[in-house]
Design a protein around this ligand. Structure first.
Ligand SMILES: Nc1ncnc2c1ncn2[C@@H]1O[C@H](COP(=O)(O)OP(=O)(O)O)[C@@H](O)[C@H]1O
Ligand SMILES: O=P(O)(O)OC[C@H]1O[C@](O)(COP(=O)(O)O)[C@@H](O)[C@@H]1O
Ligand SMILES: [Mg+2]
Length: 323
């Protein structure tokens, strides 16, 4: 009988639990023994590997976060760390590993598979910066949280004729900021993929008021060249000349903690089920993601060697729509 383990790694993402549940239950259905590793690669190194039955993954599909716990683990980035992890799995008779996580986690999965261990990845990060999946588990829910914040800010902004800036997460990727900005009808969007002069943003806000708008909202990605802190400082220094104040909200981890929406529950379920299917067929060293609406396996070497592009035409569209 096969013994298969699953772990969640990196930043938690809403929908990870749906993936864990699907992996455990489809694995049990294949007659395998299923195990959960606590706290990502850190738990793999220290041997926190527990058996999981069908009831252990009950009542989690609607919950954000990850029932297994997650971690960022520097030790796993070393060959020595990965060897310790392999020894732990060997001692418990684990014959395959499913890694639910983002770009860092899948790089770790690739390194482990290069050492000869059967690994399959499941694409999960709110940043949507992982090659091999058009959309990753957690993005949709995190975007809805950001969108709700924009909608609420718009209400108060309109009442006070104030300019507001909302910073959203995403590391070096502007996907969340761009999409939430479009869905929320932002007057300006600032992302790492395109340099934006704060003077141009100030002109956009002024134009919004001149065009009769009662509010002006900027959505900025945390990784943008001028993020919330940079913009707040700029507007403070040039307050007299620019002629208006900027109120700043950093959404931070609030974005990650949402209860998964239907899309993330279904994506998590589909990718989780596809991961056990892939292991069963002997198709290992791959990432399960969604490409053009299809569940697709992409080799991990291709995943780690490529960068996912953002469609910058959407940024141009957002500018037109903000008029
Ligand atoms: N180059 C690497 N080699 C091996 N493991 C890595 C590598 N990069 C990241 N990891 C592992 O993956 C973990 C999660 O990566 P991180 O980038 O923090 O999150 P995410 O997977 O969500 O992008 C890291 O803490 C580390 O243990
Ligand atoms: O939770 P931490 O360790 O403060 O990290 C914050 C980072 O994690 C994220 O929420 C998710 O990133 P990862 O998917 O790469 O883990 C980023 O958007 C953010 O920059
Ligand atoms: Mg990442």
């Amino acid at each position: 009988m096969k013994r298969i383990a699953v772990l969640t790694s990196g930043g938690d993402a809403p929908g990870m639990n749906a993936a864990i549940r699907a992996i455990v239950r489809t694995g049990l259905d294949k007659g395998w023994e299923m195990f959960g590793v606590h706290n990502g690669y850190a738990g793999l190194i220290s041997g926190e590997i527990m058996p999981l039955g069908a009831r252990d993954v009950g009542g989690i599909i609607q919950k954000g976060g990850t029932m297994l716990g997650s971690a960022r683990c520097r030790e796993f980035e070393t060959e020595e760390g990965r060897r310790k992890a392999l020894t732990q799995m060997e001692q418990q008779g684990i014959g395959g590993l499913i890694v639910i996580g983002g770009n860092g986690s899948q790089t770790g999965a690739y390194e482990l598979s290069r050492m000869g261990f059967p690994v399959v990845g499941v694409a999960s990060t709110i940043d949507n910066d992982l090659y091999g999946s058009d959309i990753t588990i957690g993005v949709q829910t995190a975007m809805d949280v950001a969108l709700e914040a924009i909608d609420r800010l718009k209400v108060t902004a309109s009442s006070h004729h104030r300019a507001f800036l909302l910073e959203v997460m995403g590391r070096k990727c502007g996907y969340l900021a761009l999409m939430a900005g479009i869905a929320g009808g932002a007057e300006a969007i600032m992302i790492p993929e395109q340099k934006t002069d704060p003077e141009v943003v100030a002109a956009d806000l002024r134009a919004a008021y001149d065009n009769g708008k009662a509010h002006a909202i900027i959505v900025v990605a945390e990784g943008a060249q001028n993020n919330a802190d940079g913009m707040a400082q700029y507007f403070q220094i040039h307050r007299e000349r620019l002629g208006f104040e900027l109120r700043v909200t950093k959404l931070g981890h609030v974005q990650r903690g949402g209860s998964p929406g239907s899309f993330d529950r279904i994506l998590g379920t589909q990718l989780g089920a596809a991961a056990t299917e892939s292991l069963e067929k002997g198709n290992k060293g791959v990432l399960m993601g969604m490409i053009k609406g299809e569940i697709t396996a992409t080799p991990l070497d291709v995943v780690v060697e490529n960068k996912k592009d953002l469609d910058l035409r959407l940024l141009e569209l957002a500018k037109v729509l903000a008029k």
